[in-house]
Design a protein. Sequence first.
Length: 489
Amino acid sequence: MAKKEKIIDFNSGWDLAPAPESTSHIRLKKKYDLYIGGKWVKPSSGKYFDTINPATEEKIAEVAEADAKDIDKAVKAAKKAYDEVWSKLSGKERGKYIYRIARIMQERARELAVIESIDGGKPIRESRDIDVPLAANHFFYYAGWADKLEYAFPNRKVKPYGVAGQITPWNFPLLMVAWKIAPALACGNTVVLKPAETTPLTAIKLAEICEQAGLPAGVVNIVTGAGSTGAEIVNHKNVDKVAFTGSTGVGKIIQRAIAGTGKKATLELGGKAANIIFEDAPLDQAVEGVINGIFFNQGHVCCAGSRLFIQESVYDKVMRKLKDRMESLVVGDPLDKNTDIGAINSKEQLNTINKYLKIGKEEGADIYQPSCNIPKKGYWCKPTLFYNLAQSSKITQEEIFGPVLAIQTFRTVSEVIAKANNTPYGLSAGVWTDKGSKIFNMTSQMRAGVVWANTYNKFDPASPFGGYKESGFGREGGLHGLSAYLKFD
Ligand code: NAP
Ligand code: MG
């Protein structure tokens, strides 16, 4: 095992000058209503809930809580818009609206990025460079397909479902909304969407953008609320298709709820991805990929590379490089452009992560956290490694959804394939090696929807994304993402 590990002392003179993003250009109201039938309407219960900034614990705004009556109103508005307007428009005309939404998102990109970081805690560098541009790209990409569905599926007659009920999580609030709304509209469906309770603001901003784009009333309806609001959407009789991204637990509830109803579903659920480093890999790049794989978005990523497998012969070297690199990570203010790891999305999620940190220690694993400072107020978790742990340990098996990496070793290819596939999930995986043949062998044997080779967390609207096993079914992105919103004769 390891000789004494040398840790670079980044604490001497490593402090970076603050580089805060300005917030003076964003406009937020104190209170937001529901966006139904092209109008902002008050919730029938009169109830509102707070959305807070997880980095400061301060309230940002109040948001309406939709109940069964509001959902009924929203689904009726979507059905009316489908019957009377959207289903009658040509693909070319639908495409124009979707392009317009994409362009306005680009124009308002800075505002969207800042609001995303304030509401959810993610570093501004990520919301600015990844979430918002990718979200706009999804609209651009699907706008292009709207008038080409007959080429997408040659010799097949395709029809939209009608009203799509869509439910999104808090980790990529705007991006998940884009993954859902863009293909639904391109295929001719109308939408009722509920964003997650802790991060509703960019979905509300998207409703404003739909308004600005002149989208016909009722084509997109944004209803905020808690899990019970989501359940009302799933169970409404006039919702023809359910698209859900979230936890495996809620995915199972939804599948049970729609069984026998004839409703179609796409479920994008949890994951516990294997990131595998072979001894012949370019180790510096691999370590960078591991850091990105688990610490991107505080580890609140369904496809996070949360299980690392290191070939035994390079274990000591990789561990030293990993620890050195972690010393240089900046944890703190999401609005500072130097920040690598922002705030944990909510107190509830921080409690969940802390519960797993405790379990890991109790299970006897070794733990490593860098010496970084974290702010006093807000919800924070230092980036964490667990190593010398068992395949059966909870830390290895369960999705933590935080900046916590479980590290194991392996000797042979067959051993690592068996270990990597030993999980109820199957969303993604990463392979680091110099050998192309090894990559092909691995990618064909990993039971995962996406396998990255010598890179990690790369997304493109043209590329389908989705899971095996308890990670769900159906694909979002690419042609596959279109077929999820179409009936085939
Ligand atoms: P979650 O609790 O399942 O919530 C997801 C969404 O469903 C939220 O909008 C939530 O509302 C709503 N919801 C809760 N209970 C519901 C019910 N009974 N019926 C209908 N809707 C309901 O998941 P989360 O904790 O927000 O998100 C984290 C999970 O999502 C992780 O497991 C992660 O792996 C997964 N995820 C998967 C992907 C993917 O593409 N595969 C992407 C991102 C995240 P509230 O916000 O009010 O609770
Ligand atoms: Mg919030």
